[in-house]
Ligand binder design. Structure first.
Ligand code: TXA
Ligand code: MG
Length: 364
């Protein structure tokens, strides 16, 4: 199958690409589309035969459920069953963060096929803010199942070229919307009995979610106790008392997520800044060819064949946006090992550290 890439950089091209994408989707096939986080591989979420093709192209195991992207907010009640106790929290989250990089896991309606949810009684839903994605899903009119557009276990794509290198000749169409804004996948939270549990760290941070909790309380003139605050942040994987002391204190629990994910082919080691490394190639008795993936400036004492800096000014948003592209570049440089330095584990740094840990998981 030949893979076509369509540009969207003029109004004419955009409207042609949107029509072409909606046509391919209506045909029960897959299309790679930009979202504000990473590129997704989309198919009609309500058609099991179409969704099957996502699994085939990605070589994704069927036990890993997909996120359903809604055309509009009123689809929420058609695909999920929001328990009464969670309604206020869900409404507040959706009002604040949709369209945007927040995915909610909620009890599902039977309209959602089993292949999408891997047979679970919950479904993950979000509404993308990307203008190209929105145009396609609105034109198509049905929810789209869309995981990241990479082969299973590999680094998520943040450009159309990345998608091509992952899925060339496996899918009919890639719509090019330029590099994605956030660069890491959406934040996933599970809403249970009005409580939130963070399943995957992402662009919407625990602090952002905490803001919604506070607003909900204020709107009801309710003053939460310190224990209630603590319980809320615990659900988000944040140690509340350490947070009050200003310490890094995150422990994200991520069911449905494998430890080794987002992995480059080159072994990646995650180290504290300032550590000296010398890695010897045992076979050839020469120092190994190392690449550096540093936050602001490499602080590791070592000879590097290649260096990538995530954000010279120390901006975690910029670091997240460029993380996967830089990881990919190092992966293609023929290195023996990538030495990644830890970033501060706050705000978006939580999501970055999560991805770096997963990238290093096969290699520790
Ligand atoms: O930013 C994103 O979320 C991107 C763009 C394309 O929207 N999508 C994405 O999809 O990252 P994917 O399939 O690569 O990751 C979805 C994650 C998986 O780890 C899956 O296990 C989890 O969401 N998930 C999906 N449904 C779930 C459910 N019902 N319960 C728990 N986890 C779920
Ligand atoms: Mg993925």
């Amino acid at each position: 199958m030949e893979t076509q890439i369509l540009a969207t950089n003029t109004p004419r091209r955009l409207s042609a690409a949107v029509k072409a994408a909606a046509g391919v989707l209506a045909d029960g096939q897959t299309v790679a589309l930009p979202t504000e986080t990473v590129y997704g591989l989309a198919a009609d979420a309500l058609r099991p035969d179409a969704v099957l093709q996502i699994f085939e192209a990605k070589e994704r195991p069927f036990f890993d459920p997909l996120i359903v992207h809604l055309p509009s907010r009123d689809w929420l009640d058609r695909v999920t069953q929001i328990p009464n106790g969670s309604r206020a929290m869900v409404e507040a989250l959706v009002t604040k963060f949709w369209p945007g990089p927040l995915t909610l896991v909620l009890p599902r309606q039977l309209i959602v096929p089993d292949i999408v949810t891997a047979g679970l009684d919950t479904v993950a839903v979000r509404m993308s803010a990307h203008p190209v994605f929105r145009a396609v899903v609105e034109h198509f009119g049905h929810p789209l199942a869309a995981p990241s557009a990479n082969r299973f276990g590999r680094i998520s794509p943040t450009t159309a070229e990345h998608v091509r290198s992952e899925l060339d000749e496996r899918i009919p169409l890639i719509v090019d919307g330029g590099p994605t804004e956030h660069g890491v996948e959406s934040t996933i939270v599970k809403v249970e009995a009005g409580e939130l549990r963070l399943l995957r760290a992402g662009p919407i941070t625990p602090e952002d979610l905490g803001g919604v909790f506070q607003e909900l309380c204020e709107a009801r003139d309710y003053r939460p106790t310190e224990e209630e605050f603590a319980r809320f942040y615990e659900g988000l994987g944040v140690n509340f008392s350490a947070m009050l002391r200003g310490e890094d204190s995150v422990n994200v629990e991520a069911p449905g997520q494998l430890a080794s994910h987002y992995a480059p082919r080159t072994p990646l080691r995650l180290i504290a800044p300032g550590v000296a490394v010398l890695i010897y190639d045992q076979e050839n008795q020469v120092p190994a060819r190392l690449g550096s993936l540093a936050f602001q400036a490499p602080s590791t004492a070592a000879e590097f064949a290649c260096e990538e800096i995530l954000s010279p000014t120390g901006d975690l948003r910029e670091a997240a946006a460029t993380l996967f592209a830089k990881m990919r570049r190092l992966d293609e440089a023929g290195l023996d090992m990538i030495i990644a330095e830890q970033v501060p584990e706050r705000g978006l740094g939580i999501a970055i550290m999560d991805r770096l840990r997963k990238a290093s998981a096969q290699h520790v």
